[in-house]
Design a protein around this ligand. Sequence first.
Ligand SMILES: *Cc1c(COP(=O)(O)O)cnc(C)c1O
Length: 386
Amino acid sequence: MIPYGRQDISTDDIEAVVEVLNSDFLTQGQKVPAFEEAVAKASGAAHAVAVNSATSALHIACMALGVGPGDRVWTSPITFVASANSALYCGAEVDFVDVDARSYNMCPKALEAKLQQAEASDQLPKVVIPVHLCGQSCDMEAIGKLALRYGFKVIEDASHAIGGAYQDQPVGSGRYSDITVFSFHPVKIVTTAEGGVAVTNDAALAQKMGLARSHGVTRDPDLMVGESDGPWYYQQVDLGYNYRMTELQAALGLSQMTRLEEFVSRRHVLAKRYNMLLADLPLILPWQHPETYSGLHLYVVQVDDRTCDLSRRQVFEALRAAGIGVNVHYIPVHTQPYYRDLRPQGYDPLPNAMGYYSRAISLPMFPTMTEEQQDQVVSALTQILN
Ligand SMILES: *Cc1c(COP(=O)(O)O)cnc(C)c1O
């Protein structure tokens, strides 16, 4: 089976991890700060906070922005459940904004229409979490303008998008948002086995996220209430979690980050090749906004129901039977039983998200994929669709 995604671990990566195993610190040493610096540098942000997953990063981002019971958080329905769950952890209510039919990212027009309605009924969101699906940035300028007009904060879920750019700035530089989150799960662009990083240009938000990652405990006298008792002293000033990343993970990530550009450009080579080889099939191929350079975590095609006699399910099953490890990203979050139960009156209709979901298939794409493997995917698809 050719998997849809796979990590690329070098001997340098392995040596970096072994070096940590032989060192004094398996956690809370110098590798985590070094990894944070590498991610901040690559994403053009001033501060980075590394944690044990992007889910945790989304959670501490919501906490730092003060999300709590009674607040509303809006995200895209076409995402992994974690984007929405992070707001539920804080006791907020979640709602969804439809996606754009071409980019599959949160649609600024749909967002604006929903904001107008929400303003009229005094139900504006506190935070909006756009998701850079497949690695392509959302239209952040439009979302940023709405954030100023309607007074909400923005967390970019850039789990797919490290190494990507928007308006010639790296994703994460935060021109139109407050916090950006990256995932380092093995199927993502760069891996730490499990891991996530939240980046921001706001020192106060970085400080809050730093506390939330480790029990709300600080050893910094400047953050304490009153005087320190002495050099042994620490203080809990907030309620946090143990979301720390280990030194092993950070060392792997630090080593992987040296190949970030290589990983993303290899994905671009493969995507271009797919674009060329699949052009004549009854498929809708990924569309690229001219102002974005995608991190290209995923290559999603849609089975074009206007020109194709087969259903998405038939194409999907035939590909799996041919040893092609295709997948679907994602099942719209608002259709999950848990989310349906949260809102018995139902969510607003999300026609673009549902249409996309009915047609989408993620084809295998990962940096170590060979042209032969890619040709195998293409020939299987060609045979099935002809
Ligand atoms: C992978 C992913 C997450 C969660 O990442 P973890 O590091 O596995 O917690 C969140 N959002 C999106 C869009 C993702 O793809």
